[in-house]
Design a protein around this ligand. Structure first.
Ligand SMILES: NC(=O)c1ccc[n+]([C@@H]2O[C@H](COP(=O)([O-])OP(=O)(O)OC[C@H]3O[C@@H](n4cnc5c(N)ncnc54)[C@H](OP(=O)(O)O)[C@@H]3O)[C@@H](O)[C@H]2O)c1
Length: 271
């Protein structure tokens, strides 16, 4: 809960300017929950991870595909997809930071991928990522696409609401639903799903997850694999960079409105 005047917290990267903790040296780059501030003093450093960046990637990558967004996609997919070659996956908000990585994970596992996003430009990006079927859910009905291209074996849910309802309708027997987010309800919209009963005859598994809970199980493999795949360009990502703390509000607004493709990164200060 925030009080008026508090800084908004966000996953970010900071550089150590002064340290009284032997684990961290001046110049180290640390990933973890940071306030939107140019400078801050931290007493509690338990949750911070030092980034080694052995491939000399741009630091912004460590808030996107090699950071929390990437971990969300990777941990959730590895834990819950039970992906099988030739099966069908449906990924919503496919042009976002999480969804764009999920599409690539599903393709790497040999799946046929249906992906949706909210503009024609984003649909072009979904195709570049390897989606076999890509559509704009604002101009094409999700239920019609799924009826034609389904049934679906894995549903990666970033949005909830009526899209979740359509995915339940198009689910194959023993489908796996990975509940990552429900962005269509974050404005307080009510969530009523009329066909939950189909979970029973279709024997659907529905798993919600929290990225940090899965971290002990997958972090090491993630850190070994993902930066290397980004460096070799076997994994694609996009980001929209906003410079200056004073522009953070606009970046946040654009993110919520769906105006951005990929990860929204605010650079508060250059080194
Ligand atoms: N479980 C976890 O631990 C965890 C951790 C991190 C993030 N998450 C969740 O993962 C999901 C993806 O995160 P992200 O950072 O990559 O964000 P994101 O998918 O880029 O989210 C922003 C996008 O959501 C879409 N959107 C906005 N309002 C929508 C609506 N009413 N219906 C459908 N789509 C809407 C817009 O894209 P379009 O133009 O395509 O509509 C917008 O560009 C989010 O739901 C987030 O909460 C979960």
């Amino acid at each position: 809960m925030y009080q008026i005047g508090d800084s908004i917290e966000c996953f970010g990267i900071g550089v150590v300017l002064r340290s009284e903790n032997p684990a961290f040296q001046v110049g180290d780059h640390l990933h973890g929950s940071h306030p939107f501030q140019e400078y801050f003093v931290l007493q509690q450093t338990d949750s911070l991870i030092k980034i080694h960046n052995e491939y000399h990637l741009p630091w912004s990558v460590f808030v996107g595909i090699a950071g929390l967004s990437g971990k969300t996609a990777y941990f959730g997919w590895k834990e819950h997809s039970r992906a099988k070659k030739g099966e069908v996956a449906f990924v919503t908000s496919g042009a976002g930071a999480v969804g764009s990585f999920v599409i690539q994970l599903a393709k790497r596992d040999g799946m046929r991928v249906i992906a949706s996003a909210g503009s024609d430009d984003k649909v072009e990006f979904l195709k570049e990522l390897g989606a076999d079927v890509a559509f704009n859910y604002k101009t094409t009905k999700t239920s019609e696409i799924l009826a034609k291209e389904g049934p679906i074996n894995v549903y990666w849910d970033n949005v909830g609401g009526e899209t979740l309802e359509a995915a339940l309708h198009a689910a194959a027997k023993h489908a796996r639903f990975i509940e990552c987010g429900m962005i269509s309800t974050y404005d307080g919209s009510s969530q009523s799903i009329s066909n939950l009963i189909s979970i029973i005859p279709k024997e659907i598994s529905i798993n919600g997850f929290v990225t940090t809970t899965l971290s002990p199980k997958y972090l090491e493999t993630f850190e070994r694999e993902v930066p290397a795949l980004v460096a070799s360009k076997e994994l694609m990502y996009r980001e929209v960079v906003t410079r200056g703390l004073e522009n953070a509000e606009v970046a946040f607004d654009d993110f919520i409105k769906g105006a951005l493709t990929g990860k929204s990164v605010v650079i508060v200060a250059d080194e």
